[in-house]
Design a protein around this ligand. Structure first.
Ligand code: G3P
Ligand code: CA
Length: 265
């Protein structure tokens, strides 16, 4: 199907490459994103953080310890410090069966480097992480999206989706540009189906919700869909689970293993 015409359709089912093709490459590296694109992911997912000197970078954890050879918090490091780290060797050590020489010494990409590398050849599903501690990250993000032409009307709706656990961050973005589709992420502490009133509040700024597949059951998905929200579920690496969620009416999944679930498209 033409993936670019239907990303936000009510009957869409999209595959979001969670941290890139992170089952087979070190997460949030250009290698990981490129491999996801080669495997026909609808979106590459990017967790966004800001360095001490105000540069947006793709990185999941607060600290660099798990996925690099360094130690400390991203927010307390300048870009130059972050750029000195090896963000690939940990993957080879943990996944000897999937290790690749090319991952050794691979760097943490800035958002600008990602846009330079891939331009408009993919769709981006970007998460503002800890926006309360990263003052100005929304403005900074929108400026870069604009600079790289990713907000142009010639692109299909959904070329860029922005997601966050922070309603404040999403509302800030919505006030700056109410054309960008937003997804309200729901944390694992919130196990109950949100009330119709809560769904209605989300709808004021968001087109849908992102919630863990461990929390959302069939009734949950149905309630969100009836409230007029798209539902994207994380993180699904098994084809059978993906098939079940699709049959419930979900609109897509975040997956580390794009190859395992590619037949859902
Ligand atoms: O963005 C969806 C999902 O990735 C949220 O959890 O911690 O992997 O960013 P996390
Ligand atoms: Ca994420």
């Amino acid at each position: 199907r033409d993936q670019h015409s239907s990303l936000l359709d009510e009957d869409a089912f999209v595959l979001i490459a969670h941290r890139g093709a992170s089952a087979i490459a070190p997460e949030h590296t250009l290698a990981s994103y490129g491999m996801a694109m080669n495997r026909d992911a609808d979106f590459i997912e990017i967790d966004l953080q800001m360095t001490k000197d105000g540069v947006l970078v793709a990185f999941h954890d607060d600290r660099v310890d798990r996925t690099t050879d360094g130690s400390g918090k991203v927010a307390e490091m300048d870009l130059a410090d972050l750029k000195g780290l090896d963000a690939g060797s940990w993957f080879n050590a943990e996944n000897p069966d999937r290790a690749q020489d090319e991952y050794v010494g691979i760097g943490v990409p800035t958002l600008e480097e990602i846009f330079t590398a891939f331009g408009d050849t993919t769709n981006y599903y970007i998460e503002t992480k800890q926006p309360d501690k990263n003052d100005g990250m929304e403005e900074n993000l929108l400026e870069l999206l604009d600079q790289y032409g990713l907000l142009e009307e010639s692109h299909p709706k959904g070329k860029v989706i922005i997601q966050s656990f922070s309603a404040d961050s999403l509302k800030t973005i919505h006030e700056l540009d109410d054309d960008i589709p937003l997804i309200q992420l729901i944390g694992n502490m919130e196990q109950e189906i949100p009330s119709p009133e809560t769904f209605e509040l989300y709808r004021e700024y968001a087109v849908g919700i992102g919630v863990s597949s461990r929390i959302a059951d069939e009734a949950y998905v149905a309630a969100a869909r009836e409230a007029g929200l798209l539902v994207h579920l994380f993180v699904v690496d098994e084809l059978a689970e993906g098939e079940k969620l699709k049959s419930w009416g979900a609109n897509g999944i975040f997956t580390n293993d794009i190859e395992a679930v590619s037949s859902l498209k």
